[in-house]
Each structure stands twice: as structure tokens, then as C-alpha cells.
Design a protein around this ligand. Structure first.
Ligand code: DC
Length: 233
């Protein structure tokens, strides 16, 4: 498999801050950023709209995979599904829950795996992918892997804040319970469960500011990037 100049895998549970970190790191390093959760979410949204959930015939749901036309714009921060900007729509709680369920389906993972690889392989310089199984399944040979986490209460607090910023108001307990449900589904599914790759560096962001974490990761990536066969800045 051909790989781009430099691959950074950022895995971890929801609310750990992966996407915000990945976006800022990609901006600083001039790498491509691929939010793989957003890709799964687009499929979740498409299923929700077409079938209202997973109650429909499995075959009809899977047929939607071949009709997905996903495109990232504005350095990965806006996502389009069949030419519609769905950046906000894919963050809605009902999409989160359905996506978590669908992402355990082998056919879904197989199709979206190829899609993620193809996007990353097109990167001219380097790429940062954030998700659940980047370092274990999508790119087990990634140049650098991080497992980003934070204590569950802190993740739920951030998630509640993030939802409020989008005009979605939920109690802390509601957010915490939903997160718990997703954590369980993500880490216990048979295929590509959320888990730290053996060679991933563990980063606990619970007690660190965003600035501290992003500065630390930038240093780490720059260090390895410089060391990797003269491909440095
Ligand atoms: O990171 P996120 O919360 O946006 O991810 C949405 C869902 O997609 C989440 O339930 C886990 C799933 N997902 C996955 O299974 N594999 C990935 N590489 C990324 C996300």
C-alpha cells in the first residue's frame, strides 16, 4: 500500500478533544486533517433521513453506502454530504447514537475503511486522522500514534458545553449517560473496537489546557517528522 509522507493517528473516546486537537495540529503543520468520525456520522445521517433508523431492511440500509458522496472543505472543518453542508446536522444526538450502532456493522466498516485510506493516501505532505481505530486498523503502520483520553466526567462536561454552543441544551446526567452508552458500544464491538494501539502514546487531557496539549503534541510530531528519513521541515 502506498502511504503519504507522514501519518499521524489520533484515537480515543468521544469528548477527549481529538477533533479540535487534530484540526489545530494540521493547521500548524500544514497537514491534511481527516475527521473519520464525521465520515461515519454522514452515513448515520443518511440512514436516519432515508429510513428513520436501523429498523429498515439491512440491504436497503447498506445500499446507501454506494450513494454517499462526502467532501471536506475549509481545511476539513466543513463536511458536505451529497453537496449539502451537514457540519451541524451530523452532530445531533440522534445521529450520534445511530452512528455508534451502525459503525459496528462489518459492511459499513469495510466500505468506510477504504474511503478513509483513499482520502489519506491523496495527502501531499502528511495527514492527521482522528477516530477510534486509526492506529489499530486503518493505518497500523502510521508514523506516529496517540491515544487521547480524559476522565469520563470531564469528557461529558466538554460535550455538554459543545452541544450548548449549538443550541442543544441537555442536563449533565443526560450527556453522561449517552456518552456511557456510546463508550460501551465503541469499545465492546467485535470489529475494530476502540482500544489503544500497543505503540500509541497515551495522552490524558483531563488536567491540561488545550494549549498545553496541542503544544506538546506539535513538539512530539515535529521531532519524529524531522527524524523520519530526512523528510523534515
Ligand atoms: O468521533 P465521533 O464521535 O464523531 O464518531 C462518531 C461515531 O463513529 C462513534 O460512535 C464511533 C464511530 N467511529 C468509528 O467507529 N470509527 C472511527 N474511526 C471513527 C468513528
Amino acid at each position: 500500500m502506498k502511504k503519504p509522507a507522514f501519518i499521524v493517528a489520533l484515537d480515543g473516546p468521544s469528548g477527549a478533544g481529538k477533533s479540535t486537537l487534530a484540526r489545530e495540529l494540521a493547521r500548524r503543520l500544514d497537514f491534511l486533517w481527516i475527521d473519520t468520525g464525521a465520515i461515519y456520522r454522514c452515513f448515520g445521517l443518511a440512514v436516519l433521513r432515508a429510513h428513520g433508523g436501523v429498523g429498515a431492511q439491512r440491504e436497503n440500509i447498506l445500499n446507501l453506502l454506494s450513494k454517499l458522496n462526502i467532501c471536506f472543505q475549509q481545511e476539513g472543518s466543513r463536511i458536505f454530504l451529497n453537496e449539502e453542508d451537514v457540519t451541524q446536522a451530523i452532530r445531533r444526538p440522534e445521529v450520534s447514537l445511530l452512528t455508534s450502532e451502525l459503525s459496528a456493522w462489518p459492511e459499513v466498516r469495510a466500505a468506510l475503511l477504504e474511503y478513509q485510506r483513499a482520502l489519506a493516501l491523496a495527502a501531499p505532505r502528511g495527514v492527521i486522522l482522528d477516530g477510534r481505530d486509526i492506529g489499530t486498523v486503518v493505518f497500523p503502520e502510521a508514523d506516529l500514534k496517540f491515544f487521547i483520553t480524559a476522565i469520563p466526567r470531564e469528557r461529558a462536561r466538554r460535550r455538554q458545553e459543545e452541544l450548548a454552543a449549538q443550541g442543544i441544551f441537555k442536563t449533565f446526567d443526560e450527556v453522561f449517560l449517552e456518552q456511557d452508552k456510546r463508550d460501551l458500544a465503541d469499545s465492546q464491538r467485535k470489529l475494530a473496537p476502540l482500544k489503544q494501539a500497543e505503540d500509541a502514546l497515551l495522552v490524558d487531557t483531563s488536567d491540561q489546557s488545550f494549549q498545553q496539549v496541542v503544544d506538546g503534541l506539535e513538539l512530539e510530531i515535529s521531532h519524529y517528522w524531522k527524524d523520519s528519513s530526512g523528510r523534515g521541515f
